[in-house]
Ligand binder design. Structure first.
Ligand code: ATP
Ligand code: MG
Length: 206
C-alpha cells in the first residue's frame, strides 16, 4: 500500500508550518496515520545539517554549491530513513518544504542552472515527487511584516533582501502551473486557508 505525500511551500512567513499543523490535526482526528516532518531536517543527521544551513549571517562565506549539496544531503537522508518507509507502510506524510524550495531558492533566486537543480533533486528524492504540493502565496511585503512581528532572529537565508524573495515567489507561481500544485491565497485567515487545503486534499485522495 502506498501512502500520500504532501508538501507545503511558499516564501518565509507565508504560513506553511501553521497549515501543516492544522492539516495534521485534522487527519489524525479522522484516524489517519500521519507523519509530520520538515526540510531541511526531519532526521537526526538532517537536523544537524539544518543548523549549519541556518547559522551565521547573510553574506558569510558559504558557496552556493556547498549550500545546495547540504540541502540535498539532508533530503537524501530524509527520504531513505523516514519519508519512503512511511509511504511504503501506507502513511500520510506532510513535509514542511521539499524539493521545490531548492528549485526556487538555489535555482531561481541564487542562480544555479535549473537542470543541475533538477538532477540533484531527483537523485536525493529517489525520483519520488509529492502527490500534492500546497503553495501558500503571500506577497513579499506582507511576509516581511509577519517575520518582523514575530520578533525572532532571522536565520541566514531569511536575511536576504526583497529582490531575492520576489524571485522566489515568482518562481513558485510558475511552478504552480503543474497539476501537482494547489495554490491558496495566504492572506486569508488561517482557518479559511485550512478549509481550502482540506477540501483539496479530500477531492484528490478520498
Ligand atoms: N493566514 C494567516 N494570516 C495571518 N498571519 C498568519 C497566517 N498564518 C500564519 N500566520 C502568522 O504568520 C507567521 C508565520 O507563520 P508560519 O510560521 O506558519 O509561516 P512559515 O511559512 O512556516 O514561515 P517560515 O518559512 O519562517 O517557517 C506566524 O506568526 C503566524 O502566526
Ligand atoms: Mg515554518
Amino acid at each position: 500500500m502506498s501512502g500520500i505525500f504532501v508538501t507545503f511551500e511558499g516564501i518565509e512567513g507565508c504560513g506553511k508550518s501553521t497549515q501543516l499543523l492544522m492539516l495534521v490535526d485534522w487527519l489524525r482526528k479522522n484516524g489517519y496515520e500521519t507523519v509530520a516532518t520538515r526540510e531541511p531536517g526531519g532526521t537526526e543527521m538532517g537536523e544537524k545539517i539544518r543548523a549549519i544551513l541556518q547559522s551565521g549571517n547573510r553574506g558569510d562565506v558559504f558557496c552556493i554549491r556547498a549550500e545546495i549539496l547540504l540541502f540535498e544531503a539532508s533530503r537524501a537522508q530524509h527520504m531513505e530513513e523516514k519519508i519512503l518507509p512511511a509511504l511504503e507502510s501506507g502513511k500520510i506524510v506532510l513535509c514542511d518544504r521539499f524539493f521545490d524550495s531548492t528549485v526556487v531558492y538555489q535555482g531561481a533566486a541564487r542562480g544555479i542552472d535549473a537542470d543541475i537543480v533538477k538532477f540533484l533533486n531527483v537523485f536525493a528524492s529517489h525520483g519520488r515527487s509529492p502527490d500534492l504540493t500546497a503553495l501558500i502565496d503571500v506577497d513579499v511585503g506582507a511576509c516581511f511584516k509577519r517575520i518582523a512581528a514575530s520578533n525572532r532572529r532571522r536565520d541566514r537565508i531569511e536575511q536576504e533582501d526583497a529582490i531575492f524573495f520576489e524571485k522566489a515567489r515568482n518562481c513558485y507561481l510558475k511552478l504552480a502551473e503543474e497539476k501537482r500544485f494547489f495554490t491558496v491565497d495566504g492572506t486569508a485567515s488561517a482557518e479559511i486557508i485550512h478549509e481550502k487545503i482540506k477540501d483539496e486534499f479530500g477531492r484528490r485522495f478520498f
